[in-house]
Design a protein around this ligand. Sequence first.
Ligand code: KIV
Ligand code: ZN
Length: 514
Amino acid sequence: MASKEKLIIFDTTLRDGEQSPGASMTRDEKVRIAKSLERMKVDIIEAGFPMASIGDFESVQAVATAVEDSTVCGLARALDKDIDRAGEALKPAKSARIHTFIATSPIHMKSKLRMTEDQVVEQAIAAVKRAKGFTDNVEFSPEDAGRSEFDFLCRVIEAVIKAGARTINIPDTVGYNIPHQFGSLVGRLIENIPNSDKAIFSVHCHNDLGLAVANSLSAVLHGARQVECTINGLGERAGNASLEEVVMAVQTRQDVFDCETGLDTTQIVPTSRMVSTITGFPVQPNKAIVGANAFAHESGIHQDGVLKARETYEIMRAEDVGWAANKIVLGKHSGRNAFRTRLDELGVIFDSEEDLNKAFANFKDLADRKHEIFDEDLHALVSETAYENNEYCKLVALTAHSESGKTPHAEITLSVDGKEKTSSSSGGGPVDATFCAIEDIVASKAQLQLYSVNNITTGTDSQGEVTVRLQKAGRIVNGHGSDTDIVMASAKAYLHALNKLVVPEERKHPQHYV
Ligand code: KIV
Ligand code: ZN
């Protein structure tokens, strides 16, 4: 039997995923996620937009250094300065790709770029040629292709293939398309562009109408051989097509698709958990593949059916997507060596022995309160240890009191820029009282936009993972904190967000053209 064509999986969790408000990740967190994507055998990892900031540049560089088996990609607008920056950041990569883009829809060209069609074509060609000076592996995206005029799209794509682009990505940037229409758009492009056989066609769908996965799959049925997607469907606004859904649809319905991915799907759930813990974006319980209920059967009839023959109600096996992977990894008696070995396996790299010692001390403290330590606990612990290092405002002590019939009360001591300050406050609950006491000291006047609590693993001794979103002067930041004590986790999350607000952030958005 002839083997099937390959469907290339291009993960953009670290780039488009990071464009979700508040989902910014540190360099080390990005490396950990990239290592997990590499373990999953993802073909291409889009590690960031190097021109955005020094931090983004360094993250792409660090991922390019750490990853060996996947191609590492950097995004660049069709501008010399962006392309040179991406080329520079990708230097350490074993296999590098530059992804350059320019908008092609009438509204984007007229209102955002203020450029004519001829100018856009010229700039697209120049960008691809410049990127080719760094690597042969160049991808071009006509941004907002889903709302572009067909003939113009054909003209741009033919020109950039001639200039050397080897992947043509068709983005539905605003999530406007409908599956049959988007699939047919991709099919018609492949059919009508004379040199389309010299490039692989890719799709990049946003989820504004909840159709990102359906649109991507429809395009695959019409000849697309690369899908751009993110773990947990993270991404700008309503997000991108979710990697786990695209991959499992293609794998489960091999009777429909004439291509296959080379992914190790057992890495899906651990990677989903890692991304959720690092970004603080929880996964809804009924989310396909990775939600806590995705393989849970509530109704007696279903349970009975599954016990007799699992195929009665299950189309996939939970273990094939990594649900069995949630094993206890460490405990109270684990030593420094076991701790370090597991973190090595998870792709955690410490900058110094001192950082490792700090993380180990935090691990011992956690293990005293929680018997079984899972990978998810380790990810939360490592992220938190890294934050602790550069905090302007640190938690020194916290007491919170709640008793039936009495007003909850909290007293907190913080070290603010090296000086200790204490305050106490009452509130609607112990968390509210704690936040009021913090504000009493810091007086940030930031607006609390979101407060959410999730348990990292199962059981009542699980760590609670709190996400706090603060807004001030148009800037939105997310803070995360985890602890077996929810009030403590909440204080940590609030302080983490406050510390981010203190540091001015100079970061360009890839789709804002300047
Ligand atoms: O959504 C989009 O159009 C993008 C491009 C940069 C590919 O993210
Ligand atoms: Zn996008």
